[in-house]
Design a protein around this ligand. Structure first.
Ligand code: ZN
Length: 185
C-alpha cells in the first residue's frame, strides 16, 4: 500500500521477520513450568510459536497482543544472564497462554503492576523461580524494571510474597512492557 504525500510516496506495509521460537529457545516444551502451562499441547504450541527480534538496547521481551508471537530484544538475548532469560521466557509463555485463551494482555486503565495478566504471569514466574532455588531477594531483584517505580515495585513484591526486607528498590531492567507500543512492557 503506497501512499503519496507532498510529492513523496511511502510504502506503508513493511515486512516483519518472524522466526520459529524453537530455533532460539530449545527444550522449553518439556520444561516443568511449560508443561504445567500447556500440558500435552506444549510441544505443538511451542512448535507453532514465532518470535520477532528488535535491536535497540532497551526493552526485554513481550508478547504481541495482535497474534500472540513473542517479541524479544536481541540485545537482551545477547547480554542478560541465562536465568533471567529463562524466567522471562516463562513469563512471556504465560502471556501466550493468556492470549490463546482470548484474554486482553494490556489494560490501559490499570498500572502495569496491577494488570491481572501481569500479576498472574509474575506469580507464575516467581513460583518457577522458587522451584529452581531463588531466594526472595533474588526474586525481588528480578522484578525490577525501569518502567516500574519503587513504590509500585514494592507493592508487586508484597503481592507476590517476595518482599521481606522492605528495602527501597532501585529500578533498572527488564521484562518487556506491552509490546503494542513497545514502550514495553
Ligand atoms: Zn508480562
Amino acid at each position: 500500500m503506497i501512499q503519496s504525500y507532498r510529492g513523496v510516496r511511502i510504502q506503508r506495509r513493511a515486512p516483519i521477520r518472524l522466526y520459529p521460537f524453537e530455533r532460539f529457545f530449545r527444550g522449553f516444551a518439556t520444561a516443568p513450568p511449560i508443561l504445567e502451562l500447556f500440558g500435552k499441547n506444549a510441544g505443538k504450541i511451542l512448535g507453532g510459536l514465532k518470535v520477532e527480534f528488535f535491536s535497540p538496547p532497551f526493552g526485554y521481551m513481550g508478547t504481541s497482543d495482535i497474534d500472540g508471537h513473542l517479541i524479544v530484544s536481541s540485545h537482551h538475548l545477547k547480554t542478560s544472564d541465562l536465568r533471567t532469560l529463562y524466567l522471562d521466557v516463562v513469563h512471556e509463555l504465560c502471556h501466550v497462554k493468556q492470549f490463546r485463551a482470548g484474554r486482553a494482555l494490556f489494560d490501559r486503565k490499570r498500572k502495569y503492576v496491577d494488570t491481572p495478566t501481569e500479576v498472574e504471569a509474575y506469580a507464575f514466574t516467581v513460583k518457577e523461580g522458587r522451584r529452581i532455588g531463588m531466594t526472595n531477594p533474588q526474586l525481588f531483584e528480578y522484578l525490577k524494571v525501569e518502567w516500574v517505580d519503587a513504590k509500585d515495585l514494592r507493592r508487586l513484591g508484597r503481592r507476590l510474597g517476595v518482599l521481606g526486607t522492605g528495602r527501597p528498590a532501585r529500578g533498572h531492567r527488564r521484562r518487556s512492557p506491552p509490546t503494542r507500543a513497545r514502550r514495553r512492557r
